[in-house]
Design a protein around this ligand. Sequence first.
Ligand code: 0X9
Ligand code: CA
Ligand code: ZN
Length: 428
Amino acid sequence: MRAMKRLALVLAVVAGLGAAAAAAETASVISVAKSDFAAARLCRKGLDLLMEKNGRVYIVASPGEMAALAALRVDYTIETDRFLPSGPPALAAGGGINGAYHSTLELETDLRALERDHPGLASLQEIGETLEKRKIYALKISDNASSDEGEPAVLFIGCHHAREWISVEVPFLFGKYLLENYDLSPEVRDLVDASEIWIVPIANPDGLEYSIHVYRYWRKNRRANVDGTYGVDINRNYGYAWGFDDVGSSPHPGSDVFRGTGPFSEPETAAVRALFLGHDFRAMISFHSFAQDILYPWGFTTETAPTDAALGAIAGTMAGLIAAVQGTAYVSGQASRALYVTNGDATDWTYSLAGAPSYTIELPPVDIDHGGFFNDESAIGAIFGENLPAMLYLTRYAIDHPLPARRRVPIRKDRAASPVAQRGKLRD
Ligand code: 0X9
Ligand code: CA
Ligand code: ZN
């Protein structure tokens, strides 16, 4: 099997809470032998897994976690140097410390400019407000964008995870492309006229700012948890099969895959929920990085989804379209099998409502040896470009395929995988 992030990111932070902030800044990337990691005593600790490659598992570990590993006599190798770009990141003129990537303020500015330059086609909407009082923005692109015409809707969303900076740029550039090509391309005009294309480039603004200014590897939002740790994993907080088991998400607040205190407990997921329920969404892509995968439900179980064949066919078509651009191979498959089990992720919830084809696209690079969460700024355009045909295709697919009335797919009781398996509430 090729390199990929495999096992569940599970793990209670071993270090105490006050230590978390300090520890975060000095965290290291380490690797341990897969045989050590597979031992039950390690794989349930909620460590922040990056990937598995050549028989070793790569982890972002705090000093406390490294001490705990040492106490367990686990031999680990510090790999941090291999994961950082060589030298300090090149700064784009005026781009700030995150270079060509968008901060929340830069995105707000650019979204406002798109709305201003394309009146009638673009409508910028605030769909929520974060714990640190930042706005979560959605750019609606449609003919007569400011009126609700009830047209088929498609969602492209990025940055559930703070450190996955490239996942902001791809949906943003898609919106920009549609607006700038409406008058030039009949294909674009037909799509925009027949649908509502909703772009949410930054689902987790608080986390992104923390990743830019404090700790580049930050993943979650910035919820102050009861035990003094910070953050809920936004992609474990959606309401379908929430908390189904402790493998696909963690009950421990310090874990990087902490599911939160209840389904939709976080303003970020509540905002997406309200948006999605308010329109006729027929497809969605949630962008993440990294691995070059196209993943579809179910994520919470390895059992197949009711429309597994159709989900797989669409994913296969998207993979083909991506590969045709410049030869990049994205592997498609059911999320729980091709990557690992998760519960409470965005795609399981959007799919559960009425079967809307829902995808997690793990953008480049393919693995940590090719940069992990660091994509060179010069690669942003090409990564968007290779995903563009797949996004256009999924939009067309959504227009052509109405969904049945929303009827939640039940979670079968016999799927119970652990004592907490039924804790997940069925919630819109
Ligand atoms: O773990 C996640 O939330 C996603 N991967 S990431 O490395 N970007 O954090 C994958 C979510 C897709 N769902 C499943 N794999 N079940
Ligand atoms: Ca319209
Ligand atoms: Zn992610």
